[in-house]
Each structure stands twice: as C-alpha cells, then as structure tokens.
Ligand binder design. Sequence first.
Ligand code: MSP
Length: 510
Amino acid sequence: MSRFYLTTPLYYVNAEPHLGHAYTTVLADVLARYHRLMGDETLFLTGTDEHGQKVEQAAREAGLDPKAHVDAVSPRFAAAWEKLGIDYGFFIRTTMPEHEAVVARVLTDLWDRGEIYADEYAGWYDVSEERFYTEKELVDGMSPAGNEVEFIREKNYFFRMSKYQQALVDHIEANPTFIVPEKRANEVLGFLRQPLGDLCISRPKSRLAWGIPLPFDADYVCYVWFDALLNYYSALSFGFGEDKSDWWPADLHLIGKDILTTHAVYWPTMLMAAGLAPPRTILAHGWWLLGEQKMSKSRGNVVRPLDTMDLYGRDVLRYFLMREMTPGQDSNFSRELIVERNNTELSNDLGNALNRVVKLVEKHFGGRVPDRGAYGELERALAGVARETVDAVVAEIGRFHPNGAIQAVMNLSRAVNRYLEARSPWKAIKEEGGRELAGTCLYHAAEALRFVGVLLHPVMPDKCADLLRRLGQDPAPTGFADLLEWGRLEPGAPISAGEPLFPRYELETD
Ligand code: MSP
C-alpha cells in the first residue's frame, strides 16, 4: 500500500466560496477517493488562508475585527464542502496556534542560519495580490494584472530566494511531473530565465497588523504567502491525529494557474532553504469562465456552487465539473452545458443501460440477478472492455485526469447499451427457449454496470451507491479489488428498479 498526500489551496476568507473554489476542492476529493479505492493510504488537506491585507480589509468592510471576521467566514467554506460531499481529512486554518508555531519555528531557523536578512526596500505594492513589483514590471502604472499599486519604501526582511534559482531550474528540468501540465513548467522556466530576486517576507505592523509576528522582530508580521504556503507542511504535524511529518513531501498540490509562481517558485525554494524536499507534483488547472470571462469575485460574475447544486443535485454538479474540464485548460460554465452533459451522458448512456437491465430483471426474473449462463463471444468482449476500463481509469487518475477516467467509463456504458441491443433480451424473452439467453445477457449487462458503479463512485458517491444498491450490491465499494475478476455479481442478488436514477432535465427559461 502506498501513501498519497494531496492538498487544495487555502481559500481566502475575504469572499464566499464560489465555483472556482468548489472545482479545486471537488477535484481533490475525487482524486482522494480514487486513491483510497486503489488501496492507497490517503491524506487530503484543505482549509482557509486567514491572514494578510485582503482579509484585514474585508474584515474592516464588514465592521468586524479580523479574528471575528475569519471565525465567521471560515465555517462557510467547511459547510459548502460538506454539502458538496467533500471527504477531507483535515481543514486547516492559518490562525490555528499549531500552524503559527510551525511558521515561527521555520522563520527562526531560517533567520539563525542567515537565510533571512534585513534590508531597506522600495517598490510598487499591489494590495490585492499582496506583492511588490519593480518599476519595470508595471504596465501603464498598474500591476501586470491591472491592479492599482502604491509606492512604498521601508525596512523589511528578505528570504534569500535568489540563492536557490539554479537548484530550482535543475529540479524542474530533472522532474517532468513536478509542474503539470507541461506548458506551466515552461512558463515557470521562462520566468526563471530572468534573475530571481530575494523575497520580501515581512510587513511592518504599522501598515498591517493582521499576521504572524516575526519571532526576531516584534514590529513586523510575516508576509501572508510565506505563512500560508507552510500550511502544507505544518498540517502534517498536528492535523491528522498522530504526527505525520514523515509523509512529507506532498504528492500533489492542486492550484489554479493564477497562483503558479507562489507555488512553483516561492514554495520549493522555501523548502530547499528549510532542508525539506519540494512537493512531488504541482498541478495548475485553468479557469472556469462565464461568457468567456474568468469567474471572480472582483468581476462580480461568480456562480455560487450551492445554487447550481440545488437545481441538479450534488452529484450531477460534481460530474459536470470533472467531466467538462481537462485540468490545465479553461472551461465554460453554463446551465445549458450541465443539462446537456446530464441528458446525453448520465441519462442516455448510463441511465438507459441501467433502467433497461433492472426493469427487465424485475419483470421477468422476479427481481433476482439471473444465472451467469454460457459466456459467448459478446460476453467475453464486454468483460474485456470492462477490464480495459479499469486499467484506463487507473492510468488517467495517475495523471490526475478524472475527465479521461470518466470518458473511459462512459465508453463502457455505451458498450453495455450496444451489447443489450445486440442480444435484445426484450425480444429473446418472448421467444421459445429464449429465457436463458435473456438471463445471461442481463447478468452480464448488470455485471458491467457494477463495474461502472464502482469506477464512478469517487465522482458521484451518492448516485453510484444508489446504482450499486439497485444491483443488490454493497453501496460502499471496498476498492478496485472488487473489480479483479468478471462475474463477481452473485446470481440471485436482489435487484430493484425504482425511479430513473438519472432523470433528464429541461432548461428552465427564466
Ligand atoms: N489564499 C490563496 C492561496 C494560498 S495557498 C497556500 C488564494 N486563495 S483564493 O481563494 O483567491 O483562490 C483559491 C483558488 O481558487 C486558486 O487556486 C484559484 O485559481 C481558484 N480560483 C479562483 N477563481 C477561479 C475560477 N474562476 N476558476 C477556477 N479556479 C479559480 O489564492
């Protein structure tokens, strides 16, 4: 059994959870569930990023002190994840004293070893990104992202990031799966072709009081990113019961492409300085777009995930998010697209196959799985497709592509429909001596659907539990070990049809 430790970004508590946040968290949940089914011991970390200027500002706007604000907003993320069925192992908050203690310890260690030094600094500060830009980096007097900047001159503390520039380049070049997709690795390498500066890791308390105090200068707090990135490491020491620090390095950090530099440059160099290994993989996914524009709080065009969930249910939303986006590329979000995926794939391909099988078994076989019968060429072919589907799912999850896994399973669903049509049990049953043939066909179709139920369980836990229950199976699969051999479905197991598992939706006109 191997170990798999994965993380989401820590979400800023300056906004309500929106679909962009929900996507990363569902992606992490789906990958974590697949790894558990594949037999890996899995740690899954998510949480909230609670210090820094953005949060302080949001608190001020809400008329609250920062602590009261973060205490009010952080649980809204936990509540949203609960509704979306996110089965995380630990929800870290960067205001937890255990996390703050680890940050203070790392800072002290780096300071003692000369990895951090004090210097006078002048530059253009972007409040919304919480980082400095040089004059040269500005575009028409604004940050490259188009935010307003202010000129600031002050004493600050710096991490000797530049010292690790070559080591980082070497690491990226030697490890093709360190930053994926590849175009993001190239982007980081491009960035690293310019000399890398040192990183300002302090903020004077006079300007920003809401942060972890620097252990070696009480007039300063720690830069929010330096604090927040360390969560991936600190959580292991206190978040999962006994100390799990030996699980470092993390196997996978899931992030959006907008926070690539902090994760792929700041974080690994911080780790190198601290004598720790870089994470194994950083996956930067693309953005959800609404009408070709990035969904974001500042643009005011966010979709609240729970609203969509209320319309189509949790699992249809999870399915859509996983099916529609290829990690790395941008995707459009709309109700039309959800309804279309639901109707063509879940209702037509999967729902139909299931309905046909359970209805016929109910009607003609007293609601009991028929005997296996004699395997013909078509049965062997279907079993072959099912076996290949398991391999494809494992391979796609290995490269963090749930959409590839889903497509493989949907191919299997379509193969079940084709198989049913080829054998036409609804006709066979009416023919002289056709009962056995119909029973054999329904057995094998049901067996293939059992594979589908296990293989899609991480994406749609409720629907697949229901599917497996309808086939008389344990709704909670023990793992892919259940799929080692064809024919595990026991003849005689009780089948129940019920209402269609995947109803079609019409697009409501509003
Ligand atoms: N607090 C930092 C992360 C610190 S990690 C140590 C942060 N928080 S955030 O709340 O602003 O964003 C969290 C994540 O949401 C990012 O990965 C970002 O890419 C993602 N998304 C925000 N809007 C998005 C879309 N429209 N689409 C997809 N993901 C997007 O950054």
